[in-house]
Ligand binder design. Structure first.
Ligand SMILES: NC(=O)c1ccc[n+]([C@@H]2O[C@H](COP(=O)([O-])OP(=O)(O)OC[C@H]3O[C@@H](n4cnc5c(N)ncnc54)[C@H](O)[C@@H]3O)[C@@H](O)[C@H]2O)c1
Length: 308
């Protein structure tokens, strides 16, 4: 590329950043520089259902996160992610078993253990927002039992919700993620996506599986600017963990404080629970400009668990 063309491109980037049409909300994602001759037509985003005036695809440099789908949005982590993205000005379809009006964003009820539930969720997001930039596959649950007693139904449900649902969401949303030019797929996996604990066969298998899924998505999506990652937290302060603490305290006849200190936090080097907002921060980071080259990895935020 000649120096003249380089200077022209820099001008385009600078003018895009100072563009008064730039909206207040959302992330501002500079795209990789592409050849000139881009689509400069006003209202490029109007075809995606937007009636406002931004951004105008200046030199194809910019991509703006406007619409996200978050599953398990009524729970601890999903609620925090939904709140965080909504606070950034992103439209969020907040999917859970029941539509929860207390969650910011647009509540939507779906059973994600079914194909119909996943398809309906993606279709609803596209219908509401006219586009889909970010998918956060977060819904999950835990079932604890020795393998010989592990119910087949629990196994099926764990795999359906925490492995098949992320696959279906990616499959159904793929064309929209491609259309944005910088789509983001984030699965909330777990430290149990890279290490195991006894009595959690279904959970550990599903979480390991979803780490494999995002690696594949990363390779398939790279040419279209799509990134795919699995956020892998240690124990997070949510109803899912609170239920485990209460169950263990009852089963072992000890206080919940002792379960927290001696069982739950045992693998953590940092001896505290992770806050849901901290997981939301990592997901927002991945969805923003800094996440552009992070793809196909388990993003461990496990308080030092897997450093052992
Ligand atoms: N809490 C932790 O310590 C921790 C650690 C690592 C990973 N995770 C993962 O984070 C994700 C969120 O967990 P959380 O701790 O916020 O749990 P949570 O129980 O607070 O929230 C889970 C949400 O998923 C929803 N859900 C369950 N089944 C569903 C279905 N069939 N269809 C639609 N929605 C359904 C629930 O209604 C709930 O709102 C899960 O995938 C979990 O495995 C949690």
């Amino acid at each position: 590329m000649g120096s003249r063309a380089r200077i022209d491109m820099l001008r385009i980037v600078v003018s895009a950043r100072s563009d008064p049409r730039r909206p207040a909300g959302g992330f501002w994602l500079p795209r990789a520089l592409e050849p000139l001759g881009a689509d400069l037509r006003p209202g490029r985003y109007a075809k995606a259902g937007r009636t406002d005036d931004a951004p105008q695809a200046i030199g194809h440099q910019d991509w703006h996160v406007r619409a996200a789908l978050v599953t398990g949005a009524a729970g601890g982590i999903g609620r925090a992610v939904t709140e965080r993205l909504a606070a950034e000005g992103v439209g969020v379809l907040a999917v859970d078993l029941a539509a929860d009006p207390t969650v910011p964003g647009e509540p939507f009820a779906a059973d994600l253990t079914t194909r119909e539930g996943n398809r309906a969720s993606v279709e609803a997001a596209i219908e509401r927002f006219g586009r889909l930039d970010v998918v956060v596959a977060n819904a999950g649950f835990q079932h604890v039992a020795p393998v010989a007693d592990f119910s087949e139904d629990s196994w099926d449900a764990l795999l359906a919700l925490m492995l098949t649902s992320p696959f279906l969401l990616a499959k159904y949303a793929w064309q929209q993620l491609r259309a944005t030019g910088a789509g983001r797929f984030v699965a909330v996996a777990s430290a149990h996506g890279v290490v195991a604990s006894p009595y959690k066969a279904g959970y550990v298998a599903a979480k390991h599986g979803v780490v494999g899924l995002v690696k594949t998505l990363a390779l398939e999506g790279a040419a279209d600017g799509i990134t795919a990652n699995a956020v892998c937290p240690g124990y997070v302060r949510t109803p899912l963990v609170e239920r485990q603490i209460a169950a263990q305290a009852q089963a072992n006849g000890i206080t919940e404080e002792r379960v927290l200190e001696e069982v739950i936090l045992a693998p953590h080097a940092i001896k505290r629970l992770i806050e849901p907002s901290e997981v939301a921060d990592v997901i927002a980071f991945l969805a923003g400009p800094a996440g552009a080259t992070i793809t196909g990895v388990p993003v461990l935020m496990d308080a030092g668990w897997t450093a052992h």
